[in-house]
Design a protein. Sequence first.
Length: 349
Amino acid sequence: MNQRKKVVLVGAGRMGRNHLRVLRELPELFEVVAVVDPVATAPAGVGIPFVKTLADVKGKDFDAAVVATPTALHFDVASELIEMKKHLLIEKPVASTYSQARQLIEAAREAKLLLAVGHVERFNPAVRKLREIIREGWLGTAIHFSFTRVGGYPETLIQGNNVLLDLAVHDIDVLRSLVGQLRLEASMCHSTWREGVYDTAEIFLRAAKGPSASVHVNWITPTKIRSIRVTGTRGVCFVDYIMQTCELFGGNLLKQLEPTSSSFDSLQVLYKTSDKIAFGVHKEEPLRAQAVQFHGLLNGGESGELCMDRDALAAVLLTERAVLDGQARTRSPSIVPGDALPREQDEWV
């Protein structure tokens, strides 16, 4: 039976407010019985109790909780909810560290509770279309993925957070959902505005099935960009997460093209006549699609595109490895005085 589920929302910050809006837009699926936040107050006309602590909801009847607190609080909040025997949807990442993530997932499994993680880009219609394009061979063989996710400095910055946990974890999970198992090759991290807080990073990954990938993230760029470029043997695909577009470019997608001569003008004509396919994307708010899928899971359905335990662990582990590798690389070698050449192991050439 497709039962309406009672939920508690924990955290009423930026993402928490978005979750609250989406849950209230789905009254046939969810009833929000309370919002837990130590400082937030109920907006006018909401009609939902706002309480300060989880202790305030222990006597309430509810099926599941949506955890939208800052990442640093995920472990403690989720642990308490698991003790209360509640199913969980936790905002990405599931926890700040791989160790914490593994403890949460094992605890939920032992308690026979469902634990999903809000890697919401899995539900982005443009990502869904890209998955379809790759599966059906439009790109040929995928060779390289390039992700860009920049802009949007956090409203609040809690100790331990960084741009990798905040932004890069999205694209690492999307990549893994597209190509399977990954290995970190290298990362480079920068602290631009606040000492000791990584706000910019480059990550290089390789998939077990062959493709390589680069992920660039930063909080600094004054405009938000969220994009993927996939290079394949038949063309190049461009995805815009925000505009939810998916376009494929290639010289021979629909018709074999050859230059008429070796002149520069001929090459320009060939470039301008390259095939372009703009795939139809049925636009939908990813957060809403995720909520609908979570409701189905609570009612005994399939997890679908929800990020579940093993995938959630992999995203945190790869992100943690990228942070550690970036830390190792920021320990710059001493500058060699005068005209002396740097030692080979210093890699300054």
